[in-house]
Design a protein around this ligand. Structure first.
Ligand SMILES: Nc1ncnc2c1ncn2[C@@H]1O[C@H](COP(=O)(O)OP(=O)(O)O)[C@@H](O)[C@H]1O
Ligand SMILES: [Mg+2]
Length: 398
């Protein structure tokens, strides 16, 4: 058995888990207000609405959507308008059939997992929603992973519910959540639903905002005085390179566990540094997952060309890009396209680009840096993904 020891630092470890949604989402008041404004007609006049939440990893999209749904359900109940919501995560259910099954099971937990086609499940779902007499909000989280595969039909079908239904008591509203650059892919008329929906943007958190988030969470999860102020600040500083609250909470969790083992019984900067050394890989992986081959290749070129330096010029990175394309048997894209890939990677906080003085020739040139992960490590991770993703014939073109 584990030796039982009274914990000295952590008061409530559940409050440090990813699933936990705090009552107040600090610095997300504007997004909550915008959502409330957008969805008020759902409660007040029974209309259906759509919203599109976008921002990079850890900007509070999921937490805000969860908080919002719980809040509006309560608001509906107070006004005698029954509201229901379902949150489905495309990472856990990356197919249309998987998502539909999850939606159908919300109403009928015993619904069999085999034997029904997506269109049959959709029909069942429409019936269930009509019968419920409720205003339903469906949240499709991490929609990138679905859209990456070109699956847009489900979203279109769900958005059509309101045109076809006869029971006006029921309606379907949609909230789609994704990382930023996916919008580029949505250029066809079939996805006009998306374009029409109201965009709610989640900017990266600043270091100051992250500090407030870390301190608020520490107050809920740790014993009083469980973390030194400079340690909270260091966590915020580290995570601000990505603007990522998830990383900040993860660092807080990990450093608190380390402090738990030590006699001092308080999280100091030393535990934070140790936690940082262990955690960066997890953060990066979740970001790499949504990249397509072109962007992966671009990032690999950056990682390989930067080596042990702090910066690499975009010109040098582009040369490496050509080499990497050749290695993987992929036609290199034009300069402007390469630039747009870099911009996407910058948005995702996988790299950061900035203009600096050119010491040799004068003027200013663009440099790229890779925040906080050893470039070798990054290259290895990308290579693993590419090796798994690309069909082998692509290697034989040299
Ligand atoms: N404004 C905030 N206040 C408090 N906690 C937050 C805030 N934003 C994010 N978090 C926490 O950070 C973590 C990541 O947030 P999440 O909503 O999952 O980000 P995203 O969905 O954008 O990747 C969660 O544990 C969440 O509770
Ligand atoms: Mg999320």
């Amino acid at each position: 058995m584990f030796p039982r020891k009274a914990s000295v630092v952590i008061k409530d470890s559940l409050k440090l888990s990813f699933e936990y949604v705090p009552k107040e989402l600090i610095h997300r008041e504007a997004q909550m207000d915008q959502l409330l404004m957008l969805f008020r007609p759902v409660v007040e006049s029974g209309r259906s609405e759509t919203a599109f939440l976008s921002g990079s990893v850890g900007t509070g999209k999921t937490a805000t959507a969860k908080r919002f749904c719980a809040d509006i359900m309560r608001y509906g109940a107070e006004n005698n308008v029954p509201i229901d919501y379902i949150i489905v995560n495309c990472r856990q259910r990356p197919t249309e059939a998987g998502i539909l099954l999850h939606l159908v099971r919300h109403f009928d937990p015993g619904f069999p997992d085999r034997g029904f086609s997506p269109s049959e499940m959709l029909r069942t779902l429409n019936g269930q929603i009509s019968k419920s007499g409720k205003k339903l909000i469906i949240v499709i989280d991490e929609a990138d992973l679905l859209l990456k595969k070109g699956s847009v039909d489900l979203i279109y079908q769900l958005s059509r519910f309101n045109e076809e239904t006869i029971n006006i008591q029921s309606s379907v509203s949609l909230i789609l959540i994704s990382q930023e650059y996916i919008m580029d892919k949505l250029d066809e008329a079939s996805i006009s639903t998306f374009k029409r929906s109201n965009a709610v943007r989640f900017p990266k958190y600043t270091s100051g905002e992250l500090k407030a988030i870390v301190c608020a969470r520490a107050k809920e999860a740790l014993r009083e005085g469980g973390i030194r102020d400079d340690a909270a600040e260091l966590i915020a500083d580290i995570a601000s390179e990505w603007g990522d609250a998830r990383y900040a909470i993860e660092l807080l969790d990990m450093s608190a566990r380390k402090a738990e083992m030590l006699p001092a019984g308080v999280v100091t900067a030393e535990e934070v540094r140790a936690a940082k050394a262990e955690t960066y890989s997890v953060v990066t992986e979740s970001k790499l997952e949504v990249l397509d081959v072109n962007r992966l290749i671009t990032l690999l070129a950056v990682a390989r060309s930067i080596k042990d330096q702090s910066y690499v010029s975009t010109a040098v990175a582009e040369k490496t890009y050509w080499v990497v394309c050749e290695e993987y048997g992929i036609t290199p894209r034009k300069h402007t396209q390469f630039w747009s890939y870099l911009k996407d990677l910058d948005h995702l906080a996988l790299i950061s680009t900035q203009k600096m003085a050119d010491e040799e020739k004068g003027g200013r040139i663009s440099y790229i840096s890779v925040p906080d992960i050893p470039s070798k490590e990054l290259s290895k991770k990308i290579e693993t993904i590419l090796d798994a993703d690309l069909p082998p014939r692509l290697y034989n073109t040299s």
